[in-house]
Design a protein around this ligand. Sequence first.
Ligand SMILES: [Zn+2]
Length: 262
Amino acid sequence: MKSILKKCISILTCMACALLLFSSNTIYSEAKTSKAKNIVVVLDPGHDNTHLGCHYEGFEEGLANLYIAYYCKQELEKYNGVTVYMTRYGFDCPYGANPDSKASCLTSRVNYAKSVNADVLVSLHNDYDPDLDASQNGSKVIVPNANYKPAIAAKGTALGQSILGQLTTTGLTVNNWKYCPNGTGIVTRDSESATYPDGSAKDYYALINQAKTAGFTAVIVEHAFCTNTSDRVNHLSTPEQYQQLGIADATGIANYYGLKLK
Ligand SMILES: [Zn+2]
């Protein structure tokens, strides 16, 4: 009886060992696979010399966004497993500098991201309150709505939260945008008339809805308000401040993808 028990225990031990070996092999191969996956991030410095963004009290959005993008790229490239491209590298519009070409410029930016197999398109902007409402300050991230391709919305929301969390460490507050107030700083905005092929409301912003149609996630990061004195003076006035914002964006992106520093 005792020897039968002993035999049973040894068989069980062998089975447990085999199971452990199998599962550790599985974990190892999964880690290997995810390590091999390179993430392609396309940064989009919003606006350019032709398609001007907001400007107020000496602040020029197209220039600020370009600074932030360069600093973000520089920081992201400190990580393994990521390739970073930008939709523009200079002040001029690389997609046909015609003042009437705003829509085709946006489409070209999405097409560029698609051409380099972007995993994500992160559009970098700053905001302006048309009523100069001083209560409008801080950061928000505009993410895809839940319609048509919900997985893209889920990814955009998680990435947006990761970026926003880093931006608040620079001293910026979470913006409760008066056009889409929800208190979280993670907002979606629907088109009032345009729809996706399934009949659901399209995302309002062309960059987001065109990327969703093409099959990848785009988010719009609105770092701060140039019409808010504290935001402008403390976050949008010097290269060092733009660097701080670019590093925050990069850290948020890297954390979302679980990237490791080189
Ligand atoms: Zn803008």
